[in-house]
Design a binder for this molecule. Sequence first.
Ligand code: TYC
Length: 100
Amino acid sequence: MHQTKESVIEAQKLDVQEPSRYKVVLLNDDYTTMDFVIMVLMVIFHRTLDEAQNIMISVHKSGKAVCGIYAFEVAETKVAQVKSLAGQHKFPLRCAMEKE
Ligand code: TYC
């Protein structure tokens, strides 16, 4: 969110800062199957098949892509869920959060 210096000072005075939001990104690797990544995007990130396919291809081609943007604890939970599911299936899929 863009804020002017004045609006930051106003918001601080009023103590009305929006909570920070975090991008959850998936990173490419050579071993995780495309189908597994699509399943992760549908189950954990509630993406449609079409969206999941597009995000997966974007990660595959560019190295990473944003799966969703969430409040800190939600983002943390998504990252942990991806890591847990990938581990159960013995895939090296990496997932990280980045402050928006
Ligand atoms: N590059 C993988 C393959 O060719 C597919 C893949 C896509 C892996 C996205 C990870 O986050 C990822 N099987």
